[in-house]
Design a protein around this ligand. Structure first.
Ligand code: F6R
Length: 620
């Protein structure tokens, strides 16, 4: 969702800000804008649509060269994606410019107050109210150092909801001010220059030195005096320093047509990086970063896994593994529902929140609810320095590197691997598995990067198949046991990328209703468990394939090498290497990612930035 960039330093701010916006495009947006301060005045340009539209405007009507600037990519919430609603928003007197991510919940009251004072609004956004309030507070604040920050604190104290705000003032060519509450913002520190970004992708081409801002904090960046962080009351606080371990090259396409293709290809390495340093020489788990004591881990009597979208699917798979390995009951829930149904939580409940971005608002709110109820919270996260790990009791980073494509791929597989690590670690600490059992599973985990690479090497027939499916109206996905969440994930990928109606079902549920939709030629993709899986799950899925085929379905079967039982019923057969049942989703998901990506590409769609979607969903 909205991308935010700020810059102050010796370079031409116009270029730095536009480049930052380009790097944040992946977050999803529908308009863009930029403002700079030069010669004691604010100049801005904004345009609906992609950055190219803004660049066209700037080519026709260039902004003056400047050493300070702010830029924004907007994902519409209040008011449609129009030129007028695009950010930055300037105050009526042109003294300040503001960009914003989040939702100001009490904006209607504040807008009415401004209108009563004679201010005419030029947009339908909630953001514009912040620009007018800031100008008023700036006017009232004592002149001198810290005036803009002072005004920002005054405004923040009046705002309800979630927001990141960045502001510049016409009279302050060296000062950037920003504030955050429940919305992301990071500060980059270069050599005599400073950057602001919704995430580090905005500035990793320039610096890896970063500062994390906490909840309800305001940062003032003065080009000469440096950085000052305070809370909303004005008390100074020390920001947390960290070094970004991603490099700029990792956020480039590297010769691939789409970021998604690159990220699919990176999965063997990403999984290896998730495992790195966490598997001991004796085949034991070493998770030092899980800051909960052994006793706390032994006391856990219930686990909730809470997440959204693809990360939720990782949680559904985690349930099978964690319950099987630890015998602790696990419930999995979509984050947007969790806190509204009053879940039973206490000190012995472990809540595992999974989030690639670490900024998903629904997940963040679920986390806060869990903490309010005294539960312990463990985050599985990819983005360093993001809000969710910062607010959790413990964190296991997935180390997958930047995920730029909106559709999560390596993010998902590494979340799965991290969930396996958590499950096995609990089993090890609680002594519910013999050491040799743990080390046997650890050996299986070590083989995953190789297995994933093997699947990727055989994807050409899948791409060919995808091209033949590009005109389908509906595609169904079936699975049992851990194959069921994989079916859900396959359907989600297809919907979001190819805009084709797709649904995932537990294969056994089919006969209870959904089988009625199967018609002559309906493509049905079936994830077949290993023939070595428990209680003839395999045989049951083979029967399900026959059932749908008998009703005219075109069957696309994903099955283990050597599984000959499926051959007579598969119109298309995709082979995956032999993998232990609980770990199989790591390999069976890959053909579904490739299929969705290739179908979308064949349909001429934007694979990396599907319509209506945002990479990081920072509103509830
Ligand atoms: C789908 C997808 C989304 C995210 C979801 C949660 O491909 O990417 O469903 O999984 O929005 O995002 P994170 O993991 O950042 O919390």
């Amino acid at each position: 969702m909205c991308g935010i960039v700020g810059y102050v330093g010796p370079q031409d701010a116009r270029d730095v800000v536009l480049e930052g916006l380009r790097r944040l495009e992946y977050r999803g947006y529908d308009s863009a804008g930029i403002a700079v301060v030069a010669d004691g005045a604010l100049s801005s340009a904004k345009k609906a649509g992609k950055l190219a539209n803004l660049e066209k405007v700037l080519a026709e009507r260039p902004l003056p060269a400047a050493t300070i600037g702010i830029g924004h990519t907007r994902w519409a919430t209040h008011g449609g994606p129009t030129d007028r609603n695009a950010h930055p928003h300037l105050s009526a007197d042109g003294s300040v410019a503001v960009i914003h991510n989040g939702i100001i919940e009490n904006f209607a009251v504040l807008r009415a107050e401004c209108e009563k004072d004679g201010i005419e609004f030029t947009s339908e956004t909630d953001t514009e109210v912040a620009a007018h309030l800031l100008a008023r507070a700036y006017d009232a604040a004592p002149e001198g150092e810290g005036r803009l920050a002072d005004a920002m604190r005054t405004v923040c104290r009046r705002l309800e909801g979630a927001f990141t705000l960045v502001a510049t003032a016409a009279a302050e060519p060296d000062t950037l001010v920003a504030a955050r509450r429940s919305s992301p913002l990071v500060v980059g520190i270069g050599d005599g220059e400073y950057f602001l970004g919704s995430d580090v992708a905005a500035f990793i081409a320039h610096t890896r030195e970063a500062r994390e801002l906490g909840q309800d904090q305001v940062v003032e960046i003065d080009r000469h005096r440096g950085l000052t962080v305070t809370d909303f009351a004005g008390a100074e606080v020390e920001p947390t320093a960290y070094t970004v371990d991603w490099d700029a090259a990792a956020a480039e396409k590297g010769g691939y047509d789409w970021f998604m293709l690159k990220e699919i290809a990176e999965q063997p390495q990403a999984i290896a990086d998730t495992l790195l340093g966490r598997l001991g020489v004796r085949g034991e788990l070493v998770l030092d970063e899980v800051r909960l004591s052994d006793q706390e881990l032994r006391d856990i009597d219930k686990i909730f896994v809470v997440a959204c979208g693809t990360a939720y699917h990782a949680g559904l798979i985690a349930k099978y593994a964690i319950e099987h390995w630890t015998r602790i009951p696990v419930e999995v829930e979509v984050a947007s529902e969790f806190r509204y149904r009053d879940p039973v939580l206490d000190r012995s409940t472990l809540v595992v929140v999974i989030s690639q971005s670490g900024e998903t608002m629904d997940t963040l709110m679920a986390l806060r609810h869990a903490k309010d109820q005294n539960a312990r919270v463990l985050a599985i996260c990819n983005a360093n320095g993001s809000t969710i790990p910062r607010e959790s009791d413990a964190v296991l980073y997935t180390h997958a590197g930047p995920e730029v494509a909106v559709a999560s791929t390596k993010g998902f597989l590494t979340q799965l691997v991290a969930c396996y690590l958590v499950g096995l670690f609990l089993a090890q600490i609680r002594g519910v598995k013999y050491e040799d059992e743990v080390s046997a599973i650890v050996a299986d985990l070590r083989r995953l990067p190789e297995a994933v690479a093997q699947v990727l090497a055989g994807m050409e027939p899948v791409r060919e198949l995808a091209r033949s499916l590009a005109d389908a109206n509906t595609i169904l996905f079936l699975g049992r046991h851990v194959g069921f969440p994989v079916a859900l994930e396959g359907a989600l990928k297809l919907k979001e990328l190819a805009y084709i109606h797709a649904e995932g079902f537990a294969a056994g549920e089919l006969k209870h209703g959904p089988i009625a939709v199967i018609d002559q030629g309906t493509p049905v993709i079936v994830i077949v468990p290993s023939p070595r899986s428990r209680e003839s799950v395999h045989g049951k899925v083979v029967s399900n394939i026959q059932e749908v085929r008998a009703r005219g379905a075109r069957t696309i079967v994903i099955a283990e090498e050597g599984d000959e039982d499926v051959v007579p019923y598969a119109d298309h057969l995709i082979r995956i290497p032999r993998t232990p049942t609980l770990l199989a989703p790591v390999v069976t998901t890959i053909p579904l990612q490739v299929l969705a990506c290739e179908i979308a590409d064949t349909r001429g769609l934007d694979v990396d930035q599907p319509r209506n979607l945002a990479k990081s969903v920072t509103v509830e």
